[in-house]
Structure formats: structure tokens, C-alpha cells
Write a protein that binds this ligand. Structure first.
Ligand code: NAP
Length: 237
């Protein structure tokens, strides 16, 4: 299995799971286009990829920016979206604009991207979204993220019907040790990592590469469609 002669757009591809996927796609013979809202990070990532790789600017919470991105692209085979910005989403306390931002970043942006992407993607291609464990295991304060993740998972399933034969799938990662957590203080982050490690059956945190392997498998296996695939190392009770 390989991705020779296939072009893969990775939105969020400059870092974390997206960058790990870009690297793997190239190893599998594919051409990569990374897109993100930080030109500096895009440039740094591009330096580590092959000469055939390209980058684009996109801010996924700006519909005009999404339109511009897809106006600049053609002949895509697969799209993988890891950029899904959020915020705090406490049910009673969070200001309405933060709640709206959350739903926009986690769900509506994927809706807008998909609408543009299906016009530029090969009929045998695929679009893959990311959600997370809160989709099925909410904790206090995750009302909005749980709602948004379930919206994404339902959206993907429904698109397999409306946009067939293009494939739509969702990866639901467990706890992944990526730059995603860099916003936290180191001691706080280490504590969170240790606590989460204890809950994972394989006794380690996830790596961006674990998600990249699943993303590439979905691209290459043309019979995986409408699935939510949990990549979380197994959760201990
Ligand atoms: N890490 C985990 O444990 C975990 C678990 C479950 C789900 N997830 C989800 O998985 C996704 C990927 O996470 P990751 O670990 O790979 O983290 P990451 O390295 O932070 O990847 C997210 C990428 O999206 C970019 N991005 C953010 N807002 C954007 C916007 N408005 N427009 C365009 N690009 C934007 C980020 O750029 P900047 O860094 O410059 O903002 C970053 O390059 C995220 O949606 C996250 O919520 C993560």
C-alpha cells in the first residue's frame, strides 16, 4: 500500500499529528500540502519536508480564508484536518462568544472546509476529521466539546451518504503527547501527563505518529468509510 501520485492536504499540518502525518505521507510516496494560520510554523515545517511539499495560509475560523485556500488548489486525493481551535466551554459560566467560538472552531470550520473540499477532491478520495475522547466520556465542564465532537462524528457519517463515493472518517485520539499542551506550565503539564498515563492500558501516552499511522491507513484503505476510529491505547476502568 502506498500513496504514490496522491496529493494530500493537511490542515493543521505544520505541527503535532498533522506534521507527523505529512512526514508519513511523504514516506509513502504522496505529495503533501500543509495549511495553517501561522506562516512561521508553516515555513519551519516545510523546511523539514521534501521539495515537492507546499504550504498555504488558512484560518479555519474565517470562511473567506477557507474559500481562498481551496481556490488555490486542485486535484486533491485526501484531506486531513487537525486544526480545530477551541476555548473554555463551561455550561453556565462561559461567555456566549466563547461558546460560539468553540462550536465554530470544532464543528462549523469542518463544515465549511468540507463544503469547499468536496469540489476539489477525487471521487475516490477521503476526508478525515479529528475529535477526542470527550465525545463519549464527558467530564464536568466538557458540555460544549462533547456536543461539538458528536456533531462532527454525525456529520462525517451523513456525508458518506450525501457525498458518496468520497469517504469520510473520524479519528478519535486518546491523550497524545504533542505541542498541543505547550500552553500549560511545565510542572502542571507533567502532572497531567503522569495522571493520564496511569489511565492508559498500554502504559504510555500517545504520540503524534500513532495518529499519523491511522490517518494514512484511512487514506490507503478505500473500504474504510463512515467510521469513528478510537486510537487511545485502551482505557483502564
Ligand atoms: N493532543 C491531544 O491529546 C489531543 C487529543 C484529542 C484531540 N486532539 C485534537 O487533535 C487536533 C490536533 O492536535 P495536535 O495534538 O496535533 O495539536 P497541535 O500541534 O496544536 O495541532 C493543531 C494545529 O492547528 C493549527 N491551528 C489552530 N487554530 C487554527 C486556525 N484557526 N486556523 C488554522 N490552523 C489552526 C495550530 O497552529 P497554532 O499552534 O499556531 O495555533 C496547529 O498547527 C486538535 O484539534 C486537538 O484539539 C488532541
Amino acid at each position: 500500500m502506498n500513496l504514490k501520485s496522491q496529493t494530500v492536504l493537511i490542515i493543521g499540518g505544520a505541527t503535532g499529528m498533522g506534521f507527523a502525518t505529512a512526514t508519513l505521507v511523504e514516506k509513502l510516496g504522496g505529495k503533501v500540502i500543509i495549511a495553517g494560520h501561522n506562516e512561521e510554523k508553516n515555513a519551519l515545517a516545510l523546511e523539514k519536508l521534501s521539495e515537492s511539499a507546499e504550504s498555504r495560509y488558512v484560518d479555519v475560523v474565517d470562511p473567506d480564508s477557507i474559500e481562498e485556500l481551496f481556490n488555490s488548489l486542485d486535484n486533491l486525493h485526501h484531506v486531513f484536518i487537525t486544526a480545530a481551535p477551541g476555548g473554555t466551554g463551561d455550561f453556565l459560566e462561559a461567555p456566549l462568544e466563547i461558546k460560539e467560538t468553540y462550536i465554530y472552531g470544532k464543528f462549523w470550520s469542518l463544515f465549511m472546509i468540507s463544503k469547499s473540499a468536496v469540489k476539489k477532491i477525487d471521487q475516490h478520495g477521503s476526508i478525515t476529521f479529528i475529535t477526542g475522547g470527550f465525545a463519549t466520556k464527558p467530564t464536568k465542564g466538557t458540555v460544549l466539546v462533547t456536543a461539538a465532537f458528536n456533531a462532527v462524528e454525525g456529520f462525517a457519517k451523513a456525508l458518506t451518504v450525501e457525498m458518496a463515493p468520497i469517504r469520510f472518517n473520524v479519528i478519535r485520539p486518546g491523550f497524545i503527547d504533542s505541542g498541543f499542551w505547550d500552553y500549560m506550565e511545565e510542572s502542571e503539564r507533567n502532572q497531567l501527563f503522569e495522571e493520564n498515563k496511569k489511565k492508559i492500558a498500554v502504559n504510555r501516552l500517545g504520540k503524534s505518529e500513532d495518529i499519523a499511522e491511522m490517518a494514512a491507513s484511512i487514506m490507503m484503505n478505500s473500504f474504510i468509510n463512515g467510521q469513528v476510529i478510537e486510537v487511545d491505547g485502551g482505557q483502564l476502568p
